[in-house]
Design a protein around this ligand. Structure first.
Ligand code: B12
Length: 221
């Protein structure tokens, strides 16, 4: 039963069907199932498939755009429930999040933000296409503990370096931690540019922030 609905979730993304995706997400919540499981094992595999098909030109940009709309419709239903389930245990720290300049991919970054909020972090989400200086300015103003910069394009990954440089110019380093992520990003890249860490998915991103920012709270869910 669960496997069947997960498979329909994958299909709803590939078909680019927002209403169907949202309805499946609702059905999932009504059955009392774990919302993150639906994202990780239902909707994200659909998105991954679309990305692969786009990469080998079996699908085109409008297909990817439709898939992204379906993904957003599903996460709009699931993310509030993820946050609700996590709430509320005193603020553990402040994290500034954004997608780097020139890049408008936001779905993964939003998911990272949702898990951080659910775990008790204050998240300042700057959105996408964010200039390096803006990350640093927001971190300074908010007294942030960490900055997370997302990048989904090999051509925009280099902007991570700019974020680090902007933070250094304001003397925010090494106190404010910098973490990087997004499909083309690796641990090797993070080490090469002098970031504090990289994570492959939202759950690992949360674990990383807990380790870097709130080590004493590391055992809490
Ligand atoms: C959806 C999508 C789009 C949508 C984005 C919609 C939106 N509002 O976000 C639209 C249609 C707009 C789009 C546009 C483009 N796209 Co696009 N897109 C994708 C696709 C299919 C899925 C991305 C996604 O949402 N995945 C689901 C989420 C949940 O996963 P995720 O983003 O990886 O995030 C997870 C982790 O990476 C991590 N994470 C993410 N951010 C962060 C941040 C931190 C700090 C940490 C620690 C972790 C972390 O946690 C997340 C949750 O688990 C990918 C394929 C892929 N495999 O990634 C291509 C892909 C990224 N796109 C690609 C391309 C080429 C483009 C375009 C250039 C196409 C064009 N010709 O115009 C444009 C670029 C526009 C721009 N300037 O940014 C290429 C990139 C190739 C490359 N190597 O550079 C990909 C890989 C597709 C492909 N196979 O060719 N795209």
């Amino acid at each position: 039963m669960e496997e069947e609905i997960l498979s329909r979730m994958r299909r709803s993304i590939v078909d680019g069907a927002p209403q169907h995706a949202a309805a499946l997400a609702q059905e999932w919540l009504q059955s009392g199932s774990e919302p993150l499981h639906a994202i990780n094992d239902g909707f994200i595999p659909g998105m991954r498939h679309v990305g692969e098909q786009f990469g080998c030109r079996a699908l085109y940009l409008p297909d990817v755009m439709a898939a992204a709309e379906a993904m957003k419709a599903a996460t709009a239903v699931l993310e509030p429930e993820i946050q609700r389930r996590g709430l509320k245990r005193g603020v553990r720290g402040t994290v500034v999040l954004g997608t780097v300049q020139g890049d408008i991919h936001e779905i993964g970054k939003n998911l990272v933000g949702t898990l951080l909020i659910a775990a008790g972090f204050r998240v300042i989400d700057l959105g996408c296409n964010v200039a390096a200086e803006r990350f640093a300015e927001a971190a300074e103003q908010a007294g942030a503990d960490a900055v997370g910069a997302s990048s989904l394009l090999t051509t925009t990954m280099v902007r991570h370096r700019d974020v680090i440089a902007a933070m250094e110019r304001r003397n925010l380093r090494p106190r404010v931690k910098i973490i990087v992520g997004g499909a083309p990003v690796t641990g090797k890249w993070s080490a090469e540019i002098g970031a504090d860490g990289y994570a492959a998915d939202a759950q690992r991103a949360l674990d990383l922030v807990k380790r870097l920012v709130a080590p004493s709270a590391g055992d809490a869910p």
